[in-house]
Design a protein around this ligand. Sequence first.
Ligand SMILES: Cc1cc2nc3c(=O)[nH]c(=O)nc-3n(C[C@H](O)[C@H](O)[C@H](O)COP(=O)(O)OP(=O)(O)OC[C@H]3O[C@@H](n4cnc5c(N)ncnc54)[C@H](O)[C@@H]3O)c2cc1C
Length: 399
Amino acid sequence: MHTYTFGQSDEQAMIRDTCARMLRPFESRHQEFERSLAQEGRVPEEFWQAMTEAGLLGAFIPEAYGGTAMGLTAGATACDAMASKGFGHPLYLLTSMDALCIANAGSDAVKDKFLPKIATGEIKMAFAITEANAGTNSFRMTTRAKRAGDHFVLDGEKTFITGIDQSDYVMVIARTRSRDEIKSAGLPKTACLSVFVVDSHAPGVELTPLPMRAIEGARQFTVHFDAVKVPLENLVGEEHAGGAVMFSTLNPERILIAAGACGQTEYLLDRAIDYAGQRVVFGEKPIGAYQAIQHPLADLRIRIEAARGLTYKAAAAYDAKVDAAETGMYANMAKYLSTDLAIDAADRAIQTHGGAGFSEDIGVIGYWERTRLMRTAPISKEMILNYVGEHILGLPRSY
Ligand SMILES: Cc1cc2nc3c(=O)[nH]c(=O)nc-3n(C[C@H](O)[C@H](O)[C@H](O)COP(=O)(O)OP(=O)(O)OC[C@H]3O[C@@H](n4cnc5c(N)ncnc54)[C@H](O)[C@@H]3O)c2cc1C
């Protein structure tokens, strides 16, 4: 049925085949895989190894640093393909966005230090921007990095940081001048942020686990930085100029999330179709014959096409180095459309399964929290609508 590959490259077809081959040995153990995510809060290491061997970690890395330089479209295709089969790795997304950030904005020293090891799967990375008093409004952050000879000293606290316990490094956005200094110098609030790659196990990094539900396979932590030494070469981009670096990292994150959400929708739809085609409760026909069950599934199928169209447009714009603001528009819209779709898909998959939809053995209930999270984080639905209202429609800002 899916033969017309409008706008899709041979490279994407190859990534899809690669993912299908890589996932095959895991598919028969899907339930066991899910159980280990939920119980251990981490993805089995053999899955990371399989992704590395399939070359997925190198997709974002320039060839000079051991990667295949296939770009964000390739990564989005991988996220989509894995999620379509009910698999994924939260640290793949985080490591990928960090790798892109280093590749695009980093000095030769930081690229040499980290990119080859990311390509070979030796390094997993987390991402830390959120602070308790600076959630949606990142510019209120107070985590501070001060230069001291051959290193920076990092002090502060980040919260909700996903998977840092499984990571080797974490990309941290911090202030290199305090908010008061910026204010008195008359600089904009976006000034004097800097981006660092910080060793997750460095002395002075302390993790406090948070009792949260949403991402199976990765826990969240509050991370305390107490006089943590960060080598100078771990700065990504210029000191004080991290605002732009940060923004250029967030677009890929949104696009990868959108791609994963399209894949999750596909997976949930497949699960619902399977069940609806088999379950008989009245007469001879399965429940899939009832339009109350069938039509919402048909609706999801139509919306997947639209969401994928926008998601891959955003990825292609990023890879083509289209202006960041325009890419941001597609990225935000794709994230909005795809994540709302995935939430609806989780709801319909649960409803189609009736009571069985709530069984952990059936495994669709876990998607309720997993998909719902994406309406809130990493950027909320409200903030995307604010962005579109203000920057695309040209209407006044409310806040
Ligand atoms: C499971 C999970 C994992 C996460 N992982 C990470 C991670 O790895 N790294 C990281 O840095 N962060 C992470 N986060 C943090 C996440 O990005 C933030 O929770 C998110 O950005 C929202 O910030 P907040 O929670 O402080 O909400 P708030 O900023 O307090 O917002 C609360 C509500 O108000 C709304 N709101 C706020 N301002 C406006 C406005 N101007 N107009 C309209 N509505 C508004 C928001 O949309 C939201 O609905 C994670 C969060 C969760 C829940």
